[in-house]
Ligand binder design. Structure first.
Ligand SMILES: Nc1ncnc2c1ncn2[C@@H]1O[C@H](COP(=O)(O)OP(=O)(O)OP(=O)(O)O)[C@@H](O)[C@H]1O
Length: 295
């Protein structure tokens, strides 16, 4: 698969250590690529470079072979884009706003716009300035997808959406992925990244600190078993016999089994077990260490 997005040694230096530094990433055709990182890490700056809104200090980025800064006009016309902080013409109502964006993009067929309005249950009649954050976000999402672009760049797409609408958004991404669209999206929501993305990069202090393939990450995820024994003594006996117990509290023991699970299950058969529960490590647990302290 060819690279649709190419970011090469991209640097935008705002001074005082702020900005993004020497970013290298490629996003393949048909890939959904997640971009995670703490506040101020450089997600929006990277995305604004990709959209050609700002000029890199050095390095370059390309989308579909077009240089994002030199071909900014074409980039902005052809890509679906949702800004992190959406600015609207406040005096228009939702419908007028969508019509305005459609006319700017030269879009005549409104069927997809209407389908998306339905999907996100948007009542577009009210004035934008009176709309809630979630309603404005829905308009932003509709604008990004309504002319059926092949490449879509989204900056925190579900911020302000309620859980039902977040799920509708995830379904939309999965459908678009099936249709072969290439999607790059920043997020703070691990669940939406986990459910939609093929690969994910973590940015911290302006630098990429990790890129993970989500399928192989899934296989690497640690499983812990929560066992409730009949009494505390049995729980202590079991804990003493092993070196992979994370926690023992009264009758409860949490074990992080590494490798073969058979030996662990065999040992369990020697005890009377009141309850056994399995917990798979979440993406949040895997990535959270990137969010605190210095890395
Ligand atoms: N125009 C600018 N001038 C100076 N500094 C800037 C400018 N834009 C962004 N920055 C700084 O660059 C850093 C990266 O900001 P950016 O908005 O890209 O982060 P982010 O990862 O999108 O954060 P958030 O998750 O909070 O949206 C921050 O320290 C920010 O203060």
């Amino acid at each position: 698969m060819k690279d649709i997005i190419q970011i090469k040694n991209l640097t935008k230096d705002y001074g005082s250590g702020k900005g993004i530094f020497d970013i290298n990433l490629e996003v393949k055709q048909g890939e959904v690529f997640g971009f995670l990182g703490p506040n101020g890490a450089g997600k929006t700056t990277t995305i604004r470079n990709l959209m050609g809104f700002i000029r890199p200090s050095s390095g370059e980025c390309k989308v579909m072979g077009m240089d994002c800064y030199r071909d900014a006009e074409n980039i902005q016309k052809n890509l679906g884009y949702l800004a992190g902080e959406i600015t609207f013409l406040d005096d228009l109502n939702g419908e007028q706003m969508l019509e305005f964006i459609a006319s700017m993009k030269g879009q005549k067929d409104k069927s997809r716009m209407l389908e998306l309005m339905n999907r996100f249950e948007l009542d577009p009649k009210g004035k934008i300035k009176k709309m809630s954050k979630g309603m404005k976000q829905k308009i932003g999402i509709i604008c990004a997808f309504m002319d059926d672009p092949d490449v879509i760049i989204l900056d925190e797409p579900t911020s302000g959406l309620d859980p039902l609408m977040q799920n509708r958004f995830i379904d939309l991404i999965l459908e678009e992925k099936k249709r072969g669209k290439t999607i790059f999206m920043s997020s703070h929501i691990f669940e939406e990244i986990e459910r939609t993305c093929d690969r994910t990069a973590i940015i911290k202090n302006g630098k990429i600190v990790d890129v993970e393939d989500m399928k192989s990450l899934q296989q690497k995820k640690q499983k812990s078993y929560i066992i409730t024994f009949s009494d505390e003594k049995k729980a202590i006996d079991f804990t003493k016999s092993r070196n992979d117990v994370i926690e023992q509290n009264s009758q409860k023991v949490i074990v992080a089994v590494r490798g073969e699970v058979n030996e662990f299950l065999n040992e369990l058969t020697q005890y009377y077990i009141k309850d056994l529960d399995v917990r798979t490590q979440s993406l949040e647990e895997i990535f959270l260490h990137f969010y605190g302290g210095e890395n």
